[in-house]
Design a protein around this ligand. Structure first.
Ligand code: FES
Length: 178
């Protein structure tokens, strides 16, 4: 009986520690969830970045000409939201969706914006003189591959383009995560 005091005190201390741990866990889980929420949102946004973006009415693209179109998206980084614009080259050769071509303006060499030169019927990169055909195929200069074509859909008379970034400086088309 003389030894039961310290034993009981030890047991009560153990119970108190366990109780405090459980309470700390209950408080910590929502706090950690709140802190990590932006990271989760960023991941969702990265997946969303691969969704289709509105490039405007099809009728705005004259048949047989390359036209620059702007895609707008909201990029989330933690709590910060940024409006990001991307440019794409669009040409339609007829009334059907099969007659449409969409190319990224980003040069696959080092990422400069590629220009269309109607007088030469060629795309030319102003940075190091990369030249591409009217279909976007590589003709000459340092770019290691042709211009990157982008997926698109036509919905109710509007063009929707799936914006994607590809690795620059390499011959293969490798998707870069956003
Ligand atoms: S970045 Fe286009 S040719 Fe170098």
């Amino acid at each position: 009986m003389a030894n039961s005091g310290p034993h009981r005190r030890g047991f009560l201390n153990f119970l108190a520690d366990m109780l405090m741990s459980v309470i700390a866990l209950i408080v910590a889980v929502p706090v950690i969830g709140y802190i990590l929420a932006p990271l989760r949102r960023k991941t969702e946004s990265a997946e969303g970045a691969a969704t289709f973006l509105d490039a405007g009415p099809i009728a705005d693209f004259p048949v047989g000409q390359w036209r620059l179109a702007t895609l707008e998206m909201i990029q989330e980084d933690g709590w910060k939201k940024t409006r990001v614009r991307h440019s794409v080259w669009v040409r339609r050769q007829g009334e059907t969706a099969q007659a449409i071509a969409v190319l990224s303006t980003i040069c696959p060499h080092l990422g400069c914006p590629i220009n269309w030169h109607p007088d030469q019927s060629q795309f030319v990169c102003p940075c190091h003189g990369g030249v591409f055909s009217a279909e976007g195929s590589h003709i000459s200069g340092p770019p290691p591959r042709s211009m990157d074509s982008l997926e698109f859909e036509v919905r109710e008379g509007r063009l929707w383009v799936r914006w994607q970034d590809f690795k620059i400086g390499v011959a293969e088309r490798i998707l870069v995560s956003v």
